[in-house]
Design a protein around this ligand. Sequence first.
Ligand SMILES: [Zn+2]
Length: 184
Amino acid sequence: MKLSLKIISLALLSGGCLYHFQENETHHYHLYIDPGFTDDQRGMIIEAAKDWQEKMGNYLTFDVNAWSADDPDTISIYPTTKIELSKTEGVLGETWNEGINSKIEIATDINNFQQTARHEFGHALSANHIGPGNIMCANDGCASKDITCNDVKEVCSHWNTFSCRAETMPACMSKFTKTNIRRE
Ligand SMILES: [Zn+2]
């Protein structure tokens, strides 16, 4: 009797795991943060990554354990200056996607470092620029400070859209909650 109960619960567990795997496509990234950043800037970079993780729920996870920028699935972040970046595009940060790895450069001599870090992480996750009021708007004037439902939808549009359902992610759920709060 005990044995048959065990078999049933094992079967249920594996069924549950398989179902979970098909429903949610989890992307896991290592972060390599160049030692040239200050402790404050390093903290803001980790905060930016955590914010994407929180807004996308269990679809996205990060750790800061990369040994080098060349490790697989690594987003590497390097400091630069506004003048250095403006030689090319006149921007506050830049991101290069190199296959599954990405390289980010962020100017350290700017006021909106946190916003820029959030924006560049969006590019590292495959997002392109979208309209005003979202973190992925093209410049710091039109971009929001926070990651929005539209931002996670933009990331999802580049992932496997069948298993990446932005409407179930916290960024889109909290938008609904905020509307309710305003009405009260
Ligand atoms: Zn951009």
